[in-house]
Design a binder for this molecule. Sequence first.
Ligand code: SF4
Length: 454
Amino acid sequence: MRIAIISTYTHPSRLHRKERSIMQSSVPELIAALCPPGAEIELYNEKEADIPLDRDWDLVFFSYLHAYYEHTKVLSTLFRRRGITTVAGGRHASHFRADALRHFDAVIAGDPESNVPALLADFQRRALEPVYALPPVPPDQIPTYRYDLIDYRNNIVRLPGIEASRGCPFSCNFCVLTGHEQYRYRPIDHVIRDIRERMTFNQRIPGVTGDTFAFLDNNLGGSPRYLRELCEALMPLKKIWGCALTFNVLRDPELVRLMGRAGCRYVYTGLESLNPESISAMNKGQNKLSEVREVLTRASASGIVLSFGLLVGSDGDTGEYLERVPEYLHELGDHCPTFLGIVCPYPETPFFAQVAAEGRLLPGVTSRDLDGYTLCHRPARMDPSEVVEHFERLSRALGSLPSVGRHLWGRLMTSDLPRYKACVVMSAPEVLSLRAPLANRSRTYVAGRDPIEA
Ligand code: SF4
């Protein structure tokens, strides 16, 4: 059986561009681990390389985010015309399974661990069902990824990924996890075994990437007790790692120092806003704005590059707040976000239910607009055009060379822990990438108005 597992992608500018960044989806490596031993498996990540259209596969698994749906449908259609069976998986396919079944032969609506083996068994006996929606397996049955299939030649900075947990105990109103994914974590000895014995590291930048990996969890700190035990277990491995976690964890000085000693050099946290009304509108009460400066300073001093994201267009935003964002960041010590987006009403979220019920969805919203860079709703206190103006202005200002300079200057000398300075330098392209969505001058960032891809 010849199987391709494809993670699809379209650039936020909607131009034909790649995004060869440090963190990449590991869904292909996970699905590969669930395939039978004799299968011939090829993995493709469209963020890094184009998908070949002329290969002879029996079965293709597609993994995609909401915004890549239209593009993925086209790929599926091309493969099906050549007699290849296609399968769609992920949150979008689960939510819009009836529509997906018009363009794919089957849909996986749930976690891969239970559903992929069931689908493959049916495929082999020519009895494919349209929908596979078995419940998740316990976290101790999450398999080791097929690290041996990662092709680092496509991306010099890519790091291998691993999951220690899934889900998140919080309930931010715009988050696709809210109400859909129970928080759970793997046994620590499984995680340590995978890192120590199974992980294949990227040796392309000697002395920098060769012993470095990323936790792909949405919130590695969902249980601070678990995170503490994980850090203790990681310490003897002497690896360098990064993760995403929530602000409440960063308020604990002892835990942050422990993370630094355990090799953590990079943390991403969704700060989302510096405006209390916006935080409240997003139901993100775990972010204590009065402590942001202290938290940022503490992380840098503990050898951790703390990277954060901001969103515009929330119901608490006002023109006055967005105008003053650079000033607020200056007051925080010139820390710069590494992600700037427009808050998105993903269809499975409480935020979508609210704006839809209030008649505030903009006309013509399609899946491609659900990319986090396109305004899909009418915010409560601002005109859509005003939000987009601020988004463009902030993307340019914060993704500028002076901004990168301030980012480096403010952090480089704060810790002497091994590889901290290299991680600070490697985070600089993230700041510059804030301008990336603006690369297409014909983009309006308003739903229903932009071309799908140039
Ligand atoms: S804290 Fe992050 S992962 Fe958790 S619900 Fe909020 S946005 Fe989602």
